[in-house]
Design a protein around this ligand. Structure first.
Ligand SMILES: NC(=O)c1ccc[n+]([C@@H]2O[C@H](COP(=O)([O-])OP(=O)(O)OC[C@H]3O[C@@H](n4cnc5c(N)ncnc54)[C@H](OP(=O)(O)O)[C@@H]3O)[C@@H](O)[C@H]2O)c1
Length: 291
């Protein structure tokens, strides 16, 4: 791969993808904000003219790694049109452009396409049933890509992301630990905390591959938010903080979350010959590298 477009390039995941580009590969990063620190800022991917202009002036691309999205899960419940524009329309526009130009497309999606009523890990073929606007619009994006460019695209569903840049759960927990003596953390939602340091190389492998369709991409093992918080505090050496488990009902939020959303990542493991690290090991690596 010589030239790859990364969307959402100033975001938590996109910025890591730029850092992990293989030797000899030129990355073109794009993002929505006009002042985003990327190669081509100010591009709204839901605008077909803007997207074809981007391909004309900076392509041809061997692949597109599509991370841009409306990721404000609660706000999406009221800003439905805006969330749909970023999560569904942008996927359709990109997929049509990639199909026209013969460009491989790898798009990042989410465990929120599931309703969370399962009790064993969701396989790539498990029935979807989103329970939030965010999940629904991300699913619409997946469907647009598979119908417009299914012959040369891959969807990578991931979950519970954190990494060196952006706002995320371990960062918030460590911030709270600075001035709190007691903390309650939700214990009845289970998933797999996933480091962008682990996910990014897997997405590059998907970009290089010719395999198509849906993949699940998350760190090994599973945890509740409470367990994730406790491990973060333990590994970061936080002392004098009382952490207690609570329920989702104790913290009502506008958007419903899946109660159980562990992903079966065996298809990706087979493709790469190895799984992503266990979440506890990945968290230890992340904390060591960032502190
Ligand atoms: N974070 C998680 O826990 C998580 C979990 C599962 C899946 N995912 C998926 O992983 C991907 C990366 O997530 P992330 O956390 O890295 O996201 P992020 O940090 O919020 O970055 C997403 C970027 O996309 C940009 N964007 C939004 N609408 C756009 C549009 N119409 N055109 C162009 N760019 C647009 C945003 O710009 P603005 O900031 O200006 O809006 C933002 O810079 C997303 O597809 C997300 O759905 C994330």
């Amino acid at each position: 791969m010589k030239r790859v477009l990364v969307t959402g390039a100033s975001g938590m995941l996109g910025s890591q993808l730029l850092l992990d580009a293989p030797a000899g590969c030129t990355t073109i990063g794009t993002d929505l904000r006009p002042d985003a620190p990327v190669t081509v800022p100010g591009v709204d991917l839901a605008d077909p003219l803007a997207v074809s202009g981007l391909f004309d002036s900076h392509g041809p691309f061997d692949a597109v790694l599509h991370c841009a999205a409306w990721t404000a899960v609660d706000l999406a419940e009221e800003k439905v049109a805006e969330a749909r524009r970023a999560n569904a329309t942008a996927c359709a526009v990109l997929a049509a452009e990639c199909a026209r130009r013969g460009t491989r497309l790898v798009a990042v999606s989410t465990d929120f396409v599931f309703d969370g009523t399962a009790s064993t890990p969701y396989t790539v073929n498990a029935p979807t049933n989103p329970v939030s606007v965010y999940g629904l619009t991300k699913l619409e994006g997946e469907q647009a890509i598979l119908s417009l460019h299914g012959a040369n695209s891959a969807i990578a569903r991931t979950q519970w992301l954190y990494g060196p840049r952006g706002r995320h759960f371990p960062g918030t927990m460590l911030q709270l630990a600075k001035d709190k003596k007691q903390l309650k953390v939700v214990h009845d939602q289970v998933g797999s905390p996933t480091s962008t340091l682990e996910l990014s190389p897997a997405l590059w492998d998907l970009a290089r591959s010719t395999e198509c369709g849906v993949f699940h991409a998350a760190c090994e093992g599973q945890a509740s938010w409470f367990e994730f918080a406790c491990e973060t505090f333990h590994l970061a050496g936080v002392q004098g903080l009382e952490v207690t488990p609570c329920t989702t009902a104790d913290f009502p939020r506008p958007a419903r979350r899946p109660a159980y959303s562990t992903l079966d990542c065996s298809r990706l493991t087979k493709l790469r010959g190895k799984p992503l690290q266990h979440w506890r090991d990945a968290l230890a690596t992340y904390l060591k590298e960032t502190n």
